[in-house]
Ligand binder design. Structure first.
Ligand SMILES: NC(=O)c1ccc[n+]([C@@H]2O[C@H](COP(=O)([O-])OP(=O)(O)OC[C@H]3O[C@@H](n4cnc5c(N)ncnc54)[C@H](OP(=O)(O)O)[C@@H]3O)[C@@H](O)[C@H]2O)c1
Length: 269
C-alpha cells in the first residue's frame, strides 16, 4: 500500500475478460503500480487475477475501485466494497471513490461520504475520494467529511475538455485531481497541433497529452490494450513541455465532453 496516488495509473474501463487480464499483466510488467477499476466495469475479478499473477508485492501497488450508484446508501456501501475486495482478492483498497453523484440526489452526498469515511476507519480502504462531482457536490462532500479526507476528485480532463472550474475549485480546497480519459479516448492523436508539439519533442501525441496533464499536477489513468502503448505512456513522465507548448495545448479547449451518460451525468459546472 502506498498512501499517495502515483501520478500515472492504468485505466481499465471497457476491458473485459482476458483483455483486462492481459492489459493489467502487461501494464504491471511495464512498470505501472497504480490500477484504476470500478464495480461497474465488471472486471474487478480479472484485475485481481492479473495482480495476483504479477508477483509484485501488494505493498508496492496502488489499487482504486469506485462504488456504483446502486450502493451509495449508508447500509449498502460497505457491503459492496467488501464484495469488490472479494472479487479483487485483496484485503484493502488503496483508494475508493464514489463513481458518480447519486442521480437526482436520491442518496444524499453526506450519507455516502459518511459511509465511505466509515469504510476507511474500518480499514477497508486507505484513501477515499469522489468522481464526476460538480463543485456543489464537492462542497457537500467537504461539509460532510472535511477536505482533508478527500484524496482526489477524478474527472474527465484532456486538452479538449480542461474542466477548469472543477479543477480550480478542487485545488482551492487542497484536493488533488485525477484526469480520466486523458487521451480523449484516442482523439488527441488526431489533433495536428499536438502532433507538431510531439514532433518537436521526438515524442508521440499520446505522450504529449499525458505530459500536459502531469505538468499541471494531475494524476493520469490512460488505458491501453497494447503493450507498446502501455510502455510509451509511462515514458510521458520524461517529457518536459515548455510554457509555450503548455499554452498552445490550453488553446485547444472546446468543451468536448466524452463521458456524459444520460440519466447519470449531473448538471455540469
Ligand atoms: N470516473 C469515471 O467516470 C471514468 C470515466 C471514464 C474513464 N475513466 C477511467 O479513465 C481511464 C482512461 O479512459 P479511457 O480508457 O476511456 O480513455 P483514454 O485513456 O483517454 O484512451 C484510451 C484509448 O487510447 C488508445 N491509446 C492508449 N495509449 C495510446 C498510445 N500511446 N497511442 C495511441 N493510442 C493509444 C487506446 O487504444 P489501444 O488499446 O489500442 O492502445 C484506447 O482506445 C479508464 O480506463 C477508466 O479507468 C473513469
Amino acid at each position: 500500500m502506498t498512501s499517495t496516488i502515483p501520478n500515472i495509473g492504468l485505466g481499465t474501463f471497457r476491458l473485459q475478460g482476458q483483455v483486462a487480464i492481459d492489459s493489467v499483466r502487461n501494464g504491471i510488467e511495464a512498470g505501472y503500480r497504480h490500477i484504476d477499476t470500478a464495480q461497474i466495469y465488471g472486471n474487478e475479478a480479472e484485475v485481481g487475477q492479473a495482480i495476483a499473477a504479477s508477483g509484485v508485492d501488494r505493498a508496492d501497488l496502488f489499487v482504486t475501485t469506485k462504488i456504483w450508484i446502486d450502493s451509495l446508501a449508508g447500509d449498502k456501501l460497505i457491503p459492496s466494497l467488501k464484495e469488490s475486495l472479494r472479487k479483487l482478492g485483496l484485503e484493502r483498497l488503496d483508494l475508493t471513490l464514489i463513481h458518480w453523484p447519486s442521480p437526482g440526489g436520491a442518496v444524499a452526498v453526506a450519507e455516502s461520504m459518511a459511509a465511505l469515511a466509515e469504510a476507511k476507519a474500518q480499514g477497508w480502504t486507505d484513501l477515499i475520494g469522489v468522481s464526476n462531482f460538480t463543485n456543489a457536490h464537492l462542497r457537500e462532500a467537504i461539509d460532510a467529511v472535511g477536505a482533508a479526507q478527500i484524496a482526489t476528485q477524478q474527472v474527465e480532463v484532456h486538452p479538449f475538455l480542461q474542466n477548469s472550474r472543477v479543477v480550480e475549485f478542487a485545488r482551492s480546497q487542497g484536493i488533488h485531481v485525477t484526469a480520466y480519459m486523458p487521451l480523449a479516448y484516442g482523439k488527441v492523436m488526431a489533433e495536428p497541433l499536438i502532433g507538431q508539439i510531439a514532433a518537436r519533442h521526438g515524442a508521440s501525441a499520446a505522450q504529449v497529452a499525458l505530459a500536459w496533464s502531469l505538468q499541471q499536477g494531475y494524476a493520469v489513468i490512460p488505458s491501453s490494450t497494447r503493450r507498446a502503448n502501455l510502455e510509451a505512456n509511462l515514458r510521458a513522465r520524461d517529457i518536459v513541455l515548455s510554457a509555450v507548448d503548455m499554452a498552445q495545448i490550453a488553446g485547444l479547449e472546446r468543451n468536448e465532453r466524452l463521458a456524459n451518460p444520460d440519466g447519470l451525468a449531473p448538471q455540469w459546472d
